[in-house]
Design a protein around this ligand. Structure first.
Ligand SMILES: [Zn+2]
Length: 202
């Protein structure tokens, strides 16, 4: 196991949990190892109590190594799809109040548009608040192979997006490494809260 990466991943998960973005067992998180495997949070573990030895290693075909008896997240196929489509070094998936509300509210449009906010510049490659970020929204599903295939089609059709929502479920975002992916989570969650409060005067 890549020890430094594993410790870094656990630290990121604890921080996101402390920020209220991965309550209970919600969310899942992965980082790509130098060998090209995915180091991933296991299924059904309280993210505030996650330990390095609980992480699971998954190869590109979905085969499992690492912790004995550990089960990778049900959403592993989505992580693999994002890594393959975007060349991401880390994929973070969080369940928050604001991303859940906005995903539900805008699902009928298939996307959420955000512009005019300084914090957009926290997204990789964005240099102005006038940037238009289109956040695609897919319907939620428990059929993981079908959902991962839908994610693959969406990512091919939306080459500029930095993340996407599953309606009533949560946000997926990624980065070239863990710190960029973590920054994207924090930026998106800030943008979501501002957008939702602005739309509803709350
Ligand atoms: Zn989830």
């Amino acid at each position: 196991m890549a020890v430094d990466l594993a410790a870094e991943l656990v630290e990121v998960v604890h921080r996101l949990h402390a920020q209220g973005l991965a309550q209970g067992t919600g969310g899942n998180f992965s980082v790509v190892t130098p060998g090209g495997a995915l180091l991933m949070t296991p299924s059904g573990v309280d993210k505030g109590r996650l330990r390095v030895e609980q992480l699971v290693v998954v190869d590109a075909s979905g085969r499992i190594g690492g912790a004995v008896g550990a089960k990778p997240s049900a959403e592993t196929a989505i992580h693999l799809q994002i890594v393959a489509s975007r060349g991401a070094g880390a994929v973070l998936h969080v369940h928050s109040i604001w991303n859940t509300l906005l995903g539900l509210e805008h699902a009928k449009h298939g996307a959420l548009a955000i512009t005019g906010l300084e914090m957009l510049k926290g997204l990789a490659g964005v240099t102005t608040h006038e940037h238009h970020e289109r956040v695609p929204i897919l319907p939620n599903s428990q059929d993981m192979p079908a959902l991962a295939a839908a994610v693959g089609r969406m990512l091919a059709a939306e080459p500029a997006c930095h993340g996407f929502l599953l309606a009533g479920h949560g946000l997926y975002t990624w980065g070239k490494d863990l710190s960029e992916a973590q920054r994207h989570v924090e930026i998106f969650e800030f943008l979501f809260e501002v957008t939702a409060r602005q739309q509803h005067g709350r």
